[in-house]
Design a protein around this ligand. Structure first.
Ligand code: SF4
Length: 275
């Protein structure tokens, strides 16, 4: 038997891929899934509800059998970081592998649709490790770039997740891939999550963790009013510089918003968390 699965992260690209498949490949019966770290923004769940309405079918929620706190204890309270990314492995990849394992064991062939765009590289690290788990990249194959993704979501009436007003990343509230301006905005928009992250960090540092969530400073320092003002000022300068440099495409003048990644360089984002 053939199975077709598509992972939604709560982010822009995977949502556009789901819409694209519904509009262009409606003959395929796709099973949509979301791997829930338990540390997601409320806006992510709202967006998933919107998508379920559009897709006309439920998005399967894959919850890890063991939560973030469990794994944090296993890792001696050391926070995950870009170099020791145990969180993606345990909270995103493992639940997916556990979900598809019985399918593969039964002899099914599983097609996994992944939201890599035409303007992105596909990293071999995400390639399938099972011969009957076959990765497909429909957006890349169809030449859909970032502006194309925006068009797909706009014309379907799905739009962007609400957090795009202040953050360009799906995934955990405390993701260490966030830029400092996103931490400042998390503090402003969802102080409860900022303070939760600060509590995790405090315990981690007391237990000898070499990592803070944000490089080079603790969240306690980052939250000081003079520091948040400085981060905002720096950010505004970057935005102004980039706007001055941006070349407007006359055919699609509003379709390519400036992402945090465009401003600060591409962090090693993950297709399991941030697509
Ligand atoms: S969103 Fe960030 S913190 Fe959460 S699992 Fe992914 S990499 Fe880790």
């Amino acid at each position: 038997m053939e199975r077709h699965v598509l992972g939604l992260s709560g982010g822009r690209d995977s949502a556009a891929l789901a819409v694209y498949m519904r509009e262009h490949r409606s003959e395929i019966d796709i099973e949509y899934f979301f791997t829930d770290t338990g540390k997601e923004l409320p806006e992510v769940y709202e967006y998933l509800d919107t998508l379920e309405g559009f897709l006309g079918k439920p998005i399967v929620r894959l919850n890890p059998d063991r939560d973030f706190d469990f794994w944090l204890r296993q890792f001696n309270n050391f926070l995950p970081s870009p170099r020791t990314r145990w969180c993606t492995r345990q909270l995103k990849i493992r639940p997916f592998e556990q979900w598809v394992a019985p399918m593969l064991k039964r002899g099914d062939t599983v097609y996994s649709y992944v939201a890599i765009r035409a303007d992105e590289e596909y990293r071999a690290g995400f390639a399938s490790k099972h011969e009957r788990l076959i990765v497909q990249l429909p957006l890349k194959d169809a030449g859909v770039d970032k502006a194309g993704v925006m068009e797909i979501l706009d014309s379907a009436g799905v739009g962007l997740p609400a957090y795009y007003e202040w953050r360009t990343r799906s995934g955990c509230t405390f993701c260490f891939f966030q830029q400092k301006i996103e931490w400042v905005r998390l503090l402003e928009r969802h102080p409860e999550f900022f303070y939760e992250a600060r509590r995790y960090e405090k315990t981690a540092i007391e237990d000898g963790s070499p990592f803070s969530w944000s490089e080079g400073e603790s969240l306690e320092d980052l939250a000081r009013p003079e520091r948040t003002r400085e981060i905002r000022r720096d950010h505004e300068k970057r935005v102004a510089r980039m706007q001055a440099r941006a070349q407007v495409n006359p055919l699609r003048p509003d379709s390519e918003p400036i992402d945090i990644d465009d401003l600060y360089g591409h962090a090693k984002a993950c297709i399991a968390c941030h697509k």
